[in-house]
Design a protein. Structure first.
Length: 106
Protein backbone atom coordinates (compact mmCIF):
# COMPACT_ATOMS: atom_id res chain seq x y z
CA UNK A 1 0.00 0.00 0.00
CA UNK A 2 1.59 3.21 -1.12
CA UNK A 3 -0.71 5.87 0.12
CA UNK A 4 -3.99 7.48 0.91
CA UNK A 5 -4.84 10.48 -1.23
CA UNK A 6 -7.91 12.40 -0.04
CA UNK A 7 -9.36 14.94 -2.46
CA UNK A 8 -8.52 17.90 -0.21
CA UNK A 9 -4.83 17.05 -0.63
CA UNK A 10 -4.77 16.46 -4.38
CA UNK A 11 -7.30 19.11 -5.42
CA UNK A 12 -9.67 16.78 -7.30
CA UNK A 13 -12.44 14.46 -6.18
CA UNK A 14 -13.48 11.14 -7.65
CA UNK A 15 -14.86 10.42 -10.19
CA UNK A 16 -12.90 13.24 -11.83
CA UNK A 17 -10.17 11.52 -13.87
CA UNK A 18 -7.70 14.18 -12.71
CA UNK A 19 -7.89 12.69 -9.19
CA UNK A 20 -6.40 9.42 -10.43
CA UNK A 21 -3.93 11.16 -12.72
CA UNK A 22 -2.73 13.34 -9.82
CA UNK A 23 -2.09 10.25 -7.68
CA UNK A 24 -0.20 8.58 -10.52
CA UNK A 25 1.90 11.71 -11.02
CA UNK A 26 2.60 11.96 -7.28
CA UNK A 27 4.08 8.47 -7.38
CA UNK A 28 5.85 8.89 -10.70
CA UNK A 29 3.88 6.09 -12.37
CA UNK A 30 1.33 5.76 -15.14
CA UNK A 31 -2.35 5.21 -14.26
CA UNK A 32 -2.00 1.63 -15.50
CA UNK A 33 0.35 0.96 -12.58
CA UNK A 34 -2.23 2.00 -9.96
CA UNK A 35 -4.58 -0.36 -8.15
CA UNK A 36 -7.44 1.67 -6.69
CA UNK A 37 -9.55 0.10 -3.93
CA UNK A 38 -12.88 1.71 -3.13
CA UNK A 39 -16.47 1.13 -2.08
CA UNK A 40 -18.33 2.94 -4.87
CA UNK A 41 -18.90 1.20 -8.19
CA UNK A 42 -19.26 4.53 -10.03
CA UNK A 43 -16.82 6.82 -8.17
CA UNK A 44 -14.13 4.25 -7.45
CA UNK A 45 -14.27 1.28 -9.81
CA UNK A 46 -15.61 2.75 -13.06
CA UNK A 47 -13.70 6.01 -12.61
CA UNK A 48 -10.39 4.21 -11.98
CA UNK A 49 -10.95 1.87 -14.91
CA UNK A 50 -11.79 4.91 -17.05
CA UNK A 51 -8.23 6.24 -16.73
CA UNK A 52 -6.64 2.83 -17.22
CA UNK A 53 -5.99 2.04 -13.55
CA UNK A 54 -6.85 -1.30 -12.03
CA UNK A 55 -9.75 -1.39 -9.58
CA UNK A 56 -10.94 -3.54 -6.71
CA UNK A 57 -14.46 -3.01 -5.38
CA UNK A 58 -14.80 -3.14 -1.60
CA UNK A 59 -18.57 -2.87 -0.97
CA UNK A 60 -19.73 -1.77 2.45
CA UNK A 61 -22.52 -4.37 2.55
CA UNK A 62 -22.12 -8.10 3.09
CA UNK A 63 -22.35 -10.11 -0.17
CA UNK A 64 -25.98 -11.12 0.41
CA UNK A 65 -26.99 -7.45 0.93
CA UNK A 66 -24.90 -5.78 -1.77
CA UNK A 67 -27.04 -3.48 -3.92
CA UNK A 68 -25.00 -4.16 -7.05
CA UNK A 69 -22.92 -6.83 -8.67
CA UNK A 70 -19.23 -6.11 -9.16
CA UNK A 71 -18.44 -4.68 -12.58
CA UNK A 72 -17.23 -7.40 -14.94
CA UNK A 73 -14.06 -5.46 -15.75
CA UNK A 74 -13.06 -4.86 -12.10
CA UNK A 75 -9.96 -6.69 -10.90
CA UNK A 76 -11.82 -8.05 -7.90
CA UNK A 77 -14.52 -7.69 -5.29
CA UNK A 78 -13.72 -8.14 -1.62
CA UNK A 79 -15.82 -7.74 1.49
CA UNK A 80 -14.82 -6.20 4.83
CA UNK A 81 -13.89 -7.06 7.71
CA UNK A 82 -13.71 -10.80 7.66
CA UNK A 83 -11.87 -10.77 4.33
CA UNK A 84 -9.50 -7.88 5.03
CA UNK A 85 -6.46 -10.21 4.97
CA UNK A 86 -7.66 -11.45 1.58
CA UNK A 87 -7.79 -7.81 0.38
CA UNK A 88 -4.14 -7.37 1.28
CA UNK A 89 -3.20 -10.69 -0.35
CA UNK A 90 -5.23 -9.91 -3.47
CA UNK A 91 -3.61 -6.49 -3.92
CA UNK A 92 -0.17 -8.01 -3.31
CA UNK A 93 -0.91 -10.69 -5.92
CA UNK A 94 -2.05 -8.04 -8.42
CA UNK A 95 1.23 -6.20 -7.89
CA UNK A 96 3.64 -9.13 -7.83
CA UNK A 97 1.82 -12.22 -9.04
CA UNK A 98 0.52 -15.00 -6.80
CA UNK A 99 2.90 -16.62 -4.37
CA UNK A 100 2.65 -20.34 -3.57
CA UNK A 101 2.16 -19.73 0.15
CA UNK A 102 0.38 -16.40 0.57
CA UNK A 103 -0.54 -16.41 4.28
CA UNK A 104 -3.99 -15.36 5.40
CA UNK A 105 -4.41 -13.89 8.86
CA UNK A 106 -7.51 -14.78 10.83
Amino acid sequence: MSGHHPSYRIGYAKPDPRAFLAVAAAHGVSPEEIIHVGDSVEFDVRAALGVGARAVWLPAEPPHQAAADPPADADGCLHLVSTLPAVVDHVRDLLTGPTPTTPHAT
